[in-house]
Structures are given as C-alpha cells and as structure tokens.
Design a protein around this ligand. Structure first.
Ligand SMILES: C[S@@+](CC[C@H](N)C(=O)[O-])C[C@H]1O[C@@H](n2cnc3c(N)ncnc32)[C@H](O)[C@@H]1O
Length: 343
C-alpha cells in the first residue's frame, strides 16, 4: 500500500471473536478510522483505546491566550490534542513547535495533525527531549507561549509492550523512548532494598516502600505482572485492602517510570531554560500529576518571580472542574500552574 492508497490496511488475523493481543487490536492502532465507536466509549466516561483525552483544555487556553500570528511550543505533544486546539487559534500566520521523546507514537501524531491540514509552515515536529529546550528555542523560538503536559499518554499506557501498567502483562520497561537508556527491569536488578525504598518514597511518597523493597529485591523480575504479584505478596502480609494494594502498585510503577526516564532531572533542566526561551510577556502553562512534579514547577516559578524573569505566576494551582473529573478520572490529580515572562 502506498501513502496515497485510500484503502484501510488489512486487519491482522486473530483467533476467536475479539482480538486479544495488542498487535491484533486494529481499532486501537488506527482509532481515527473508528470515530463512531470512539464517541460511544467517550460517552461512557472512558478514554477510547489508542487515543488520549487532553486535560484542562479551557483552563490552558485561558492561561496561554493564543492569538493568530504567535509562535507556540508544545513540549509534550502526545496525541496532539492540546496542540490542535492551540493551532486553530494561532492560525493564520502562527506556528506551533511540537516535541516528544516517543519514537513510536510521535510519527502517528504527526501524521494525524498533517492529515488535519497543518503543514510545515504551521507545525514543526521534533523528536527530542524537552530538557534540550535552549537548543530548540535557538532554532525555532523564542516562543510567545509554551505548554508542558507531563507524564505519559493513554496510548503509551494502553500498549502492553511499553510496560507502563501493572494491569497488563508485558516487559517491565517503562521507557518513554524505548530506544534509549535501560528498562525498569534492569534498573531494579541494580538496587538493594534501602535504595529501592528510598526511590519509592522520593518519587511517589510510597508509604509501604520498605515492605515492597524487601520483597522485590533479590528476585529476577522482568515483567509487569511479575512486579505486581511481588507487591501484592508484600502487602498481603500487611493485611491491606485490594484498593490500597492497587494504589501501591500504581505508585511503584510511577516511581520506576520517573527513575528510568530521569523525569525530575529533565523537568529541572526544562524549567531552568524556560525564561530564556520565552519572548517578553510570553506565557507558560504546566500540567503536573503528582507532588514531586508540582513542587518543582512551583519553586521554579517562585524563583523566576523573585529574579525578575516572570512578572506574574499562578498564586495557587488550578484544578480540573468536577465535571471533567467525573468524565475523565485521570484529570483528578492534575494541577495546572502558569507564569508570565516580564515584558
Ligand atoms: C500526557 S502526554 C501529552 C498529551 C497531549 N498534551 C495531548 O493533548 O495529546 C505526555 C507526552 O509527553 C511526552 N514526554 C514526557 N516527557 C518528555 C520529555 N522530557 N521530553 C519530550 N516529551 C516528553 C510523553 O512521551 C507523552 O507523549
């Protein structure tokens, strides 16, 4: 099939009435072809597999106030949902630069945005870590507005081969860029129990860090379910409720993901370069999903205000509306902070 061929790709063969393996799930792999099914799933309050629902869109647009002719940075392009909303307000005459480290999802997102009519003049896409912001700003900036929506997208979580969730069997990987660095399984193998416990506390405030670390260390854990079972057996001894065990699993996976991708390190570097990447009176909005991230953004904005880089910053983080929280539970933990560069 060529790029111009309008026929949908052939469905992968699978046994039984439904595809079971992710590679067979043709709807998840090409969600744009199944818009009707997607709408039904969204109406039931779920995120259609293979897509991502953008969080706090109205609040972000209000904070960034995009106008025709302006240049924007989306440091975490993901599914391109926020980018699309920004682009429709930047055009005509404006441009958005979209970054992402993910070599698997980024080409799909770029193709989707190009198919919507955003050409090279409107949209520049770069596969790069936002930790290198100064270099991007020198090439394509400075920016009137910048957005970072931290963490992982639903598409990344949905793909068991990426290992982001304990809910599906897969390799214990958790890398945003699986072509770089080492998977979480390799990291685990290098840690002793005190080091793992410290990592779980530092990255996810895990209250059962020591019990989990004692059970995990010394075992050869290579898969998501392997780690999940280990956490379950550590916490069974503590007589915990099922929901608490699930929360501990979620926090443990989050802590490992942060470590494997050096998420705090790259966020600190991004925040340090941010004022220099913004035009005078430029606006920035950052969405965080846990206290370790929010603390860093808050401190960097406060420091920038004291140093005279920012003229104003959000006094308190904004939260998703009750309606959005009901419709999209992932928005519950989101905190949005904004800052405005001095003029
Ligand atoms: C929550 S999603 C963004 C969703 C997007 N705002 C949307 O509306 O579709 C976060 C994305 O940021 C990317 N990402 C995370 N850390 C990054 C980094 N340091 N540099 C570049 N991209 C990063 C992830 O790969 C993921 O695709």
């Amino acid at each position: 099939m060529t790029d111009q061929d309008p026929r949908p790709p052939r469905r992968p063969r699978y046994k039984g009435t439904h595809p079971r393996r992710f590679v067979e799930k043709y709807k998840e792999l090409a969600p744009e072809r199944y818009a009707e099914e997607q709408a039904k799933v969204a109406a039931r309050g779920h995120t259609p597999a293979g897509t991502h629902r953008s969080i706090m869109v109205d609040e972000i647009l209000q904070a960034l106030d995009p106008k025709p002719g302006e240049t924007a940075l989306d440091a975490t392009l993901g599914y391109g949902g926020h980018a699309r909303e920004l682009l429709t307000r930047l055009l005509p005459g404006g441009r958005l630069v979209g970054l992402d480290v993910d070599p698997l999802e980024l080409p799909r997102t770029e193709a989707r945005l190009r198919a919507l009519g955003f050409d090279e003049a409107a949209l520049a896409v770069r596969r790069t870590n936002f930790a290198g912001l100064a270099k991007i700003a020198a090439e394509l900036g400075p920016f009137d507005l910048a957005l970072a929506d931290l963490g992982v997208s639903s598409m990344q979580i949905d793909n068991p081969a990426r290992g982001f969730t304990w809910k599906a069997e897969g390799p214990l990987d958790l890398r945003l860029n699986p072509q770089k660095g080492r998977p979480a399984a390799d990291l685990l193998a290098t840690l002793d129990a005190p080091a793992l416990a410290e990592l779980l506390v530092e990255n996810a405030d895990e209250p059962h860090a020591e019990a989990i670390a004692r059970e995990v260390v010394g075992r050869e854990i290579r898969t998501t379910r392997g780690l999940a079972e280990c956490i379950r057996s550590a916490l069974r001894a503590e007589r915990m409720e099922d929901d608490d065990v699930k929360r501990a699993m979620q926090r443990t996976f989050q802590a490992l993901r942060i470590a494997v991708n050096d998420e705090f390190g790259v966020l600190d570097r991004f925040l340090a370069q941010l004022p220099g990447a913004l035009k005078p009176s430029g606006r920035v909005a950052i969405l965080t999903f846990h206290s370790g991230e929010d603390r860093r953004v808050k401190k960097a904005f406060q420091q920038g205000l004291r140093d005279g880089f920012y003229a104003a910053i959000a006094p308190e983080p904004l939260r998703a509306s009750p309606e959005e929280r009901r419709a999209n539970p992932r928005s519950t933990s989101a905190k949005l902070r904004w800052a405005r560069r001095t003029g």
